[in-house]
Design a binder for this molecule. Structure first.
Ligand SMILES: Cc1ncc(COP(=O)(O)O)c(C=O)c1O
Length: 409
């Protein structure tokens, strides 16, 4: 078999979209009009498909901090944290995170993906056991693949399934790590962290919670689902990303375990890659300050979530049960999902398209995400586009099938 065969298969799949309005996965944002409005194909487009949950990408304090760091430190660090890439800015941001979380230690990474690679790869070796939720993000799956550890999956968000798997392991060992997410990124459902923490304690397992989507959006201080569910002190390692609410790029882990510091020498995804650029690190520090000083941003986000969910239900879309910044619109069939996504984009609304391999074949989803920066007018305009697209799609299905489609999407 030719090595290039896999790539040619993708090319021929893309060719199917050549004449279509837009090709999934290849949307180009040509300009940014605001935190929730961009230009795509020359047209102003409402952005309901970013992870800019608190709308901080254009916040004046965040932008100013980046600009000042650019002037003071230049564009890049040109090296890894361990070699020549640790600037005072990196250490200051680690102190900020430790203080914000009330944890003794924090370590930052160049991306959230690398945070998981570093943590899981640094902690787990031969003879260890990693237990992961079956809906885990690719960075968690990939992190487990780099280790010689035994990897065991458990049913999504099922504390019972986790308990059964842990109870089958030999007792008395401290060589097992349970990895879950606070808020799951496709369906927007939240992990039962209290039950999971109790099961980990009862079975001598360490617990890592990836709060990529929940950092900034959940909890009285915005620390995520562990804070929201009152179990912050029961979690061994909290991982976060800067690429969502924090409007930058990078990742972090906070923990009370002093051993965390050794990742600086041990974690390959940290040691063998360049550190975050000064402007980015400074902008993330400013975003943390804004989040800490402005809890009303979170209130605005949740008001918007409720308005979007109510509106989508009113126009007949099936959406997931869990109320979160991620609103999954359940469509099912791949072709219909792609057609609807293209229709929305052509009408000026960008949402995320989730088709295989991101989900099972007949379980395709459009994923809308909310931001504190969405205005009521932007939400109304988005809902109008959703409503028009739904009636067009229902009409075309009725024509194709020769009958009226009564079922909601
Ligand atoms: C749960 C989870 N972990 C980690 C990541 C990776 O974060 P980053 O984009 O900072 O690499 C993501 C990104 O979507 C995610 O959803």
């Amino acid at each position: 078999m030719d090595l290039l065969h896999k790539l040619r298969a993708i090319e021929s799949r893309l060719a199917m979209f050549e004449d279509a309005a837009a090709t999934p996965g290849l949307t180009v944002i040509e300009g940014v009009l605001g935190p929730c409005e961009v230009i795509v194909q020359g047209r102003p487009t409402l952005m309901f498909g970013s992870n800019n949950y608190l709308g901080l990408t254009k916040h004046p304090d965040v932008v100013d901090a980046a600009r000042r760091a650019l002037d003071d430190y230049g564009t890049g660090t040109t090296g890894s944290r361990t070699a020549n890439g640790t600037f005072a800015l990196h250490e200051a941001l680690e102190r900020d995170f430790a203080e914000w979380f009330g944890k003794r230690h924090a370590i930052i990474f160049s991306t959230g993906y690398q945070a998981n690679l570093s943590l899981i790869g640094g902690l787990c070796g031969a003879g260890d056991v990693i237990l992961i939720d079956s809906d885990s993000h690719a960075s968690i799956y990939d992190a487990t693949r780099q280790t010689p550890s035994q990897v065991i999956g458990f049913r999504h968000n099922s504390a019972d399934s986790l308990r059964r798997k842990l109870e089958r392991l030999p007792r008395g060992e401290r060589n097992r790590l349970v990895v879950v997410e606070g808020l799951y990124s496709i369906r927007g459902d939240v992990a039962p962290l209290l039950d999971i923490a109790n099961i980990c304690s009862a079975n001598g397992a360490y617990l890592l919670v990836d709060e990529a989507h929940s950092l900034g959006t959940y909890g009285a201080r915005g620390l995520g689902c562990a804070e929201d569910q009152g179990v912050l002190d029961r979690v061994d390692f909290i991982v976060g990303t800067f690429s969502k609410s924090l409007a930058g790029i990078g990742g972090v882990c906070v923990s009370d375990h002093p051993e965390l510091r050794a990742l600086h020498f041990l974690a390959r995804a940290y040691v063998f890659t360049a550190s975050g650029s000064p402007s980015n690190v400074a902008s993330v520090a400013a975003a943390v300050r804004v989040i800490r000083q402005h809890p009303e941003l979170r209130e605005r986000l949740w008001t918007n979530i409720r308005a979007l969910r109510r509106g989508l239900r009113d126009v007949g879309y099936a959406i997931g049960e869990s109320e979160s910044p991620i609103v999954p619109i359940l469509i099912g069939d791949e072709e219909r999902t792609i057609a609807l996504w293209q229709g929305l984009l052509t009408a000026g609304l960008y949402v995320n398209l989730i088709v295989p391999p991101g989900c099972p074949k007949d379980d395709c989803v459009l994923r809308a995400s909310c931001s504190a920066a969405h205005t009521p007018d932007q939400i109304d305009r988005a809902l109008e586009i959703f409503a028009r697209a739904r009636s067009r799609s229902a009409e075309s299905l009725a024509l194709q099938r020769g009958h009226t489609v009564a079922r909601a999407f």
